[in-house]
Design a binder for this molecule. Structure first.
Ligand code: ARG
Length: 467
């Protein structure tokens, strides 16, 4: 009797039947996932309630047992949410922690919950539900960021700034247009999120260990109860698939990459040398030694978070690579990557939304920079094509000579006297000065998708109509 007791204590209560003794300490250390998968408690309990309800509906367990199970699970949920629940590493993961507590609360009826189910389909369900909710949250957060950019674009549809290629002054653009470029990027991220929600919207529960079950379960019923479109079609694929996690991480990596580009621009723009924006105190820090400094730490950290998020994608791709079907314990390594990436992405989006809303745009500095660096040289070339009938290549050459002359004189293109321009090409008239200002330059870029303020307002209206 005493022996039997110690045997049940030391071997696992879920599969103790076959095991004479408990695991080595290091086995417990490497095997346990409770420290991180306890995050899935709400999804686990929701899944179990749906499963038990279906089992009773199908006559697989009694209504009485189902009622006990559901009431017990609700108590467990409350215990976890109040912080009273004691998680145990001996019980390995969230599934067994919940079930063991249920057994203590309601007795033998708890043992019927795991009928026609395995932890393999259970974890696939819990994690999918979690990722689905995270994607829904991400969609909302991206919408807030997009809205922040739309508001700034509207405010600055006419504000001129230098547009860059190779980070060299290229052509004048409007700050509104630049903001709308980010709206496009984050709009694509949001589309990817929406598609991912559609892709994962199938319920894994009922695939059991890998082969399905002989019990007359109704997977359509559990799918519906859990808010999925339909059940998954192949039980082997169901327990071996982590595409939903990989898709989340790929989307997160692309979005983080976008966020890092924005972060980098904020870092550059807020330097005294550029001075295009001023960050609010809310999103910068001071230096402990240099009193004059205001550092864009939040932007720098967003830029850095991309490293973690991209790392998580590579980590999980590498875990999944070469795994034979169906479930392998390797897949337990999926959660920490996703949880960490999700937390980093949320922080990064929130910080960027705050910065975009808060930053002061220095219109005067942008305008001054927009006119420097011969940014309207292309406008001169285009004018020569339009008004003087030159082939573009010749116009490019003429303009090059004008730029060289201005450079030599240390002045802007618009400051070159007409006689000097005419010495380069006699077809030039004083009308040319009308296109050499930055305002005229941006206003002329009316091609679809171009930087003219009218075009920027069209872009804003297109996005506003789509929410
Ligand atoms: N903790 C496990 C995981 O996260 C749950 C599934 C375990 N299944 C198994 N057959 N050992 O993947």
């Amino acid at each position: 009797m005493a022996d039997a007791k110690s045997e049940t204590q030391s071997s696992n209560q879920m599969w103790g039947g076959r095991f004479a003794s408990g695991p080595d300490a290091i086995m417990e250390e490497i095997n346990a996932s409770i420290d991180f998968d306890k995050k899935l408690y709400a999804q686990d309990i929701r899944g179990s309630i749906a499963h038990a309800t279906m089992l009773a509906h199908q006559g697989i367990i009694s209504a009485e047992d189902k009622n006990k199970i559901v009431a017990g699970l609700e108590t467990v949920l409350k215990e976890i949410e109040s912080g009273a629940f004691e998680f145990s590493r001996k019980l390995e993961d969230i599934h067994m922690n919940v079930e063991a507590r249920l057994a203590t609360l309601i007795g033998p009826a708890a043992g019927r919950l795991h009928t026609a189910r395995s932890r393999n389909d259970q974890v696939a369900l819990d994690f999918r539900l979690w990722v689905k909710e995270e994607l829904q949250k991400t969609e909302k957060m991206l919408t807030a960021l997009i809205t922040a950019f739309l508001d700034r674009a509207e405010e600055h549809a006419d504000t001129v700034m230098p547009g860059f290629t190779h980070l060299q002054t290229a052509q004048p653009v409007t700050f509104g247009h630049h903001c709308m470029a980010y709206v496009e990027m984050f709009g694509r991220d949001r589309q990817r999120v929406r598609h991912a929600i559609e892709h994962l919207d199938e319920s894994p529960i009922g695939a059991a260990a890998l082969a399905g079950t002989g019990f007359p379960i109704d997977r359509h019923m559990t799918a519906k109860a859990l808010g999925f479109r339909e059940p998954t079609r192949n039980s082997i694929d169901t327990v071996s698939d982590r595409d939903f996690a990989l898709e989340f991480l790929s989307i997160a990596a692309i979005a983080a990459t976008h966020l890092s580009r924005l972060a980098e621009e904020i870092v550059i723009w807020s330097t005294p040398q550029f001075g295009f924006i001023r960050l609010s105190d809310a999103f910068s820090t001071g230096s402990s030694i240099m009193p004059q400094k205001k550092n864009p730490d939040a932007a720098e950290l967003v830029r850095a978070k991309t490293g973690r998020i991209n790392g998580s994608l590579i980590a999980l791709l590498t875990v999944m690579k070469g795994l034979p079907l169906a479930y392998s314990k390797d897949m337990q390594e999926d959660k920490e990557q996703v949880f960490d990436a999700a937390e980093s992405l949320e922080l990064a989006i929130a910080a960027m939304t705050g910065m975009v809303r808060d930053m002061t745009v220095r219109v005067d500095r942008m305008k001054a920079a927009a006119g420097s660096g011969y940014s309207t040289a292309t406008d001169l070339a285009d004018w020569l094509v339009r008004e003087a009938g030159l082939p573009f290549r010749d116009a490019h050459h003429v303009t090059g000579r004008a730029v060289a002359l201005a450079e030599q004189r240390g002045c802007e293109l618009a400051e070159l006297p007409l006689v000097d321009l005419q010495a380069i090409n006699p077809a030039i008239t004083d009308k040319v000065y009308g296109v050499l200002t930055v305002e005229a330059s941006v206003a002329s870029r009316t091609s679809f998708g171009g930087t003219a303020p009218s075009g920027v307002r069209q872009q804003i209206a297109w996005w506003r109509a789509r929410g």
